[in-house]
Design a protein around this ligand. Structure first.
Ligand SMILES: [Zn+2]
Length: 305
């Protein structure tokens, strides 16, 4: 999506109450675009414009170009460290500094920059499902994933995990990966380090309490990355997880729109963003029922980051 497209989309949906807000809502268009255009790296506080970030192969925050039109970032990272999620047993990746529990293991990705594409074959893609767990929609999504033998990543909000620990456990036990999505779905850009720490640590604690596993992935609400967020991800050994395909299912644009967007934009290494929490997600479930078999038919296979 172009920056201007995202701006228009955000302007259209400005003013949506926070209670129904999800990854891309509840933030002023100008602020959002500014954030997405500037990638702040924790190391040395280097600020890269999106153009420079593109040249460095970091992906271009905000433009989320379909993968098939560009070279997926991070494909240069060797995949020989790959460990199937939830199958290799507890794998310490240096151990989270805040706690000694087992971390879940995935491929080896840098901790100091957002991840927009996964490694793997040209047909490897990742499905991410945000803002749950939700008592209505998470079980529906789990049933679909089981039906099509698809493994996904669920970005969970800590307070929801604390409210529905059995759902978080069901997701983990089904072999899916769980990403930390903050304690309250807070917009962390511009927040001080202690607030960032609190939001991430409380969420990881809730996920650990429910599943016995420390998340090895962190997805920033609204895609709002900052130096403090990246630094906390490094500290807690979590890969900053962004996305490259956003069908805007949170805005309930219609099942056909969601399906069309996913099928048009998905390519090598795509990380697809969907939602099972934050509002009525019946369109998302209906769209998944259509796109999962279509993507599999096109030869794609789903992996976790
Ligand atoms: Zn979210």
């Amino acid at each position: 999506m172009t920056v201007s497209g995202r701006t228009a989309m955000l302007a259209k949906h400005a003013g949506v109450p926070m209670a129904d807000s999800t990854c891309s809502e509840g933030i002023s268009p100008a602020t959002f675009v500014a954030r997405r255009r500037v990638l702040v790296l924790a190391t040395g506080g280097i600020t890269l414009t999106s153009a420079l970030a593109s040249r460095l192969g970091l992906g271009s925050p905000g433009d989320h170009a379909p993968a098939h039109r560009g070279v997926p970032a991070h494909h240069a990272v060797p995949a020989h460290h790959a460990v199937p999620a939830h199958r290799g047993g507890p794998a310490h990746r240096g151990g989270p500094a805040h706690r000694g529990g087992p971390a879940d293991a995935g491929r080896s990705y840098p901790l100091d920059r957002p991840l927009y594409y996964i490694n793997g074959t040209s047909k490897a893609i990742a499905l991410t499902i945000d803002d749950g767990p939700d008592p209505v929609y998470t079980p529906q999504v789990l049933r679909l994933l089981r039906q099509y033998n698809v493994t996904a990543t669920f970005s969970m909000i800590g307070i929801h995990v604390a409210a529905y620990p059995h759902l978080a456990r069901a997701v983990a036990e089904a072999g899916h990966r769980i990403a930390n999505h903050t304690w309250t779905h807070a917009d962390l850009a511009g927040r001080p380090a202690h607030r960032v720490h609190s939001e991430l640590a409380r969420a990881s604690h809730a996920i650990h309490a429910a599943t016995g596993v420390d998340p090895g992935l962190f997805r920033a609400p609204y895609g709002a990355w900052s130096a403090a967020v990246i630094k906390q991800c490094e500290h807690m050994r979590m890969v900053p997880l962004d996305w490259s395909v956003d069908p805007r299912d949170w805005a309930q644009p219609g099942v056909r729109s969601i399906v069309r967007n996913i099928m048009a934009d998905t390519g090598a290494g795509s990380i697809i963003l969907e939602h099972d929490g934050g509002g009525n997600r019946s369109q998302t479930v209906a769209a998944l029922r259509i796109v999962l078999p279509r993507l599999l038919h096109e030869g794609y296979h789903f992996e976790t980051p």
